[in-house]
Design a protein around this ligand. Structure first.
Ligand SMILES: Nc1ncnc2c1ncn2[C@@H]1O[C@H](COP(=O)(O)OP(=O)(O)O)[C@@H](O)[C@H]1O
Ligand SMILES: [Mg+2]
Length: 473
């Protein structure tokens, strides 16, 4: 029913796109034309256009620790809020613009449209804040509520978009979907990170947390002494349970190499990537009947030789492939500004490589070319096909919506490798897959840490004041 209606209207709708070349009328005059159901967002088209045209500056791990270790004093917390605000509006507007660049029939899909409306909503909620700097803690509190809303609103984006694009696959080329999703999901990594970092810094600096002994290992979402071996064990436990539920067995896993290595990184990114890689390795191991063969994870740590700030930044954040999320032109200017004078980049940043080796038979040559495409999977094709049809069975639908949120299915979305690579590359890392067809697969994950954080001179925090009052200074 739905399909018939769509195919009758397909041609004119397919041809309709907003194109960036149109300068006189940047967007269709009515914002609701692109929004189903109509959004109640208050942001104007002109404002979206203005913000989307602004350069987006690169984001580095060093940026995330620039305000110092929490608990932060008020001035640093306000700095963090204003820094967050200096990044988000242009990024959200740019995503709205990218969604509008899709064929109209794709944006009109209820799932894609929901994501589009989420962006309009979030940008509207930011509008009252970015017009002037945040100067009081009361304003900062309200802003933090908006950040919490932003993170919540966009939490289900991946399964929603996955379903939307599956339903639209007749109307858009797979290559265009992959390009859009790759850009969109990479940009989303940065946007979420910036919002989550401010939230985490706020939580660690206000209320009870301000009077507790500071946690010397964490700066918001960054763990300064992250042990990859611990994350591997944690993910092994989770993925092992998923395997037991699905197959009734769980392969064992050995860790060797530099098992005590540690570096500064974002635990939730590492968890995401390793969970996806272990799911692939365990699924292949079990499905090829080799559950007796342990998966082997080898950890290597190498000091990275840091040269200049410009080199580090380029290495950390911009490659030709991911330059869309950053302003490549703005990079030199940024690096020579006082803004770029960030301590951690002066120190050597250790680089961690993990090799995940399985005996699961490798990847068939005909599949190898597609493993980096979003939605490519060799898992349960029937369920995936059903999920693409709203009138179809709910089993496939559930498989799709669950695999993106709680990661509780072993495979099926076809997002594990491409999204894992997006996370790894975001801060200058990489993933490489080496398949030995007939034997097994090696996956190399390299991640770049940040160097030692320089202690910033700062006013006393609540905890330090308490210590001084008690004579423990
Ligand atoms: N370790 C591995 N061994 C064998 N095949 C693999 C391995 N890792 C990935 N693959 C292949 O790549 C495909 C895509 O992987 P992924 O992007 O994680 O999506 P999904 O796991 O949902 O299928 C898998 O369906 C599988 O065919
Ligand atoms: Mg997978």
């Amino acid at each position: 029913m739905l399909k018939t209606a769509f195919s009758r209207r397909a041609l004119p709708l397919l041809q309709r796109r907003w194109t960036s070349q149109t300068t006189q009328q940047p967007f269709p005059p009515d914002i609701n034309e692109w929004s189903h159901p109509p959004s109640n967002a208050t942001i104007s088209d002109e404002e979206i256009y203005r913000l989307a045209a602004k350069p987006r500056r690169p984001l580095t791990l060093a940026d995330l620790v620039r305000h110092g270790k929490p608990p932060l004093r008020d001035a640093a917390l306000l700095d963090s809020a204003n820094f967050t605000l200096s990044l988000l509006p242009a990024r959200l507007a740019h995503r709205i613009q990218a969604l509008r660049n899709l064929p109209f029939i794709v944006v009109a899909n209820p799932h894609v449209s929901k994501i589009y409306n989420n962006y309009l909503h979030s940008l509207s909620t930011l509008e009252p804040f970015y017009k002037k700097p945040i100067e009081t803690i009361e304003e900062e509190m309200k802003f933090t509520d908006v950040m919490a809303d932003l993170v919540r609103t966009h939490s289900n984006t991946i399964p929603t978009l996955a379903q939307g694009f599956l339903q639209c696959r007749k109307y858009i080329e797979p290559a265009e979907v992959t390009t859009f999703l790759d850009q969109h999901l990479r940009a989303r990594i940065g946007t979420r990170l910036v919002a989550e970092q401010h939230l985490a810094l706020h939580m660690a600096s206000t209320g009870d947390a301000a009077t507790q002994p500071p946690d010397s290992h964490h700066v918001g979402v960054i763990d300064l002494a992250l042990r990859p071996a611990d994350i591997v064990r944690q993910c092994e436990g989770f993925v092992g349970e998923v395997c037991e539920l699905k197959y009734g067995v769980r392969p064992s896993l050995v860790i060797n190499g530099e098992v005590d290595a540690e570096f500064a990184h974002i635990p939730m990114h590492l968890e995401y990537i390793i969970t996806e890689l272990l799911k692939n390795a365990m699924r292949a191991t079990i499905e090829s009947g080799k559950e007796g063969e342990p998966i082997e994870v080898t950890i290597a740590s190498a000091p990275d030789v840091t040269t200049t700030k410009l080199d580090s930044l380029k290495k950390l954040s911009v490659t030709e492939a991911n330059a869309f999320d950053f302003s490549q032109e703005g990079l030199d200017e940024y690096c020579s500004s006082p803004d770029a004078d960030i301590g951690p980049l002066n120190a050597a940043a250790p680089c961690i490589t993990l090799r995940i080796r399985d005996r699961g038979g490798g990847i068939p040559p005909e599949a190898l070319a597609n493993i980096w495409s979003y939605s490519f999977t060799t898992f349960n094709k029937d369920e995936v096909d059903e999920a693409s049809d709203d009138t179809g069975g709910s089993a496939g639908l559930n498989a799709i919506s669950h695999s993106g949120t709680d990661q509780s299915s072993i495979a099926g979305l076809g997002y594990g490798l491409p999204l894992g690579r997006a996370y790894a590359e975001y801060f200058g890392g990489a993933i490489a897959v080496q398949s030995m067809y007939g034997w097994g697969t090696d996956v190399y994950l390299t991640l770049q840490g940040i160097g030692k954080m320089e202690e910033t001179k700062k006013a006393k925090t609540g905890f330090e004041k308490l210590q001084a009052e008690n004579g423990n200074e």
